[in-house]
Design a protein around this ligand. Sequence first.
Ligand SMILES: [Mn+2]
Length: 218
Amino acid sequence: MAARKTTRSADSRSRAAKVGSPPRTATIRRQTAETKIELSLDLDGTGAAQISTGVGFFDHMLTLLARHSLIDLAVAAQGDLDVDAHHTVEDVGICLGKALQLALGDKSGICRYGSLTLPMDEALVTSALDLSGRVWFVYCVKYPTEKIGEFDTQLVEVFWQAVAANVPMNLHLVLHHGTNSHHIAEGIFKATARALRQAVAIDPRQIGVPSSKGTLST
Ligand SMILES: [Mn+2]
């Protein structure tokens, strides 16, 4: 057995990493006086989404986040929407960050980095991220309107700040141009979904943790 292991190709090592490793899944349950949330994900999914937060536009964003990251995502959130959507959106972001951290484990074999400049009709957005284990969040986005329907555009920043802080990761979101707030928010979610898809993917040539430091957990 030992002799066979030493002669495995990079290709077979990558298959072993996927097949032989525990599933990259996580479930987070979180309850406070403001929200009650259950969130589950599978990093190696097909983008299936079961989303119910009580906030229509946010459900739309989480659904396309799953679709474009190919992360299966289930979110059931009950929040104090009689106040506003702030606590619900922020706390789902906290749960998503914690679930990503749990599912990634020690990050062996992952690509680590992801980035994309994504057009959404007239809007152009860049999302660049590093699953470094360190928090840095840069948000260079201005909206032409304060609201998208009933949804406060400030909550897009609140959500991604919460995700970045809890993975933890380095996340830069930049709007180059755009005039429609719905398109801008959607571009941010789609671009970050695609960046996440790249970053969490298993690199067949990557043996161990992709860091010369030897760890990505701090
Ligand atoms: Mn839309």
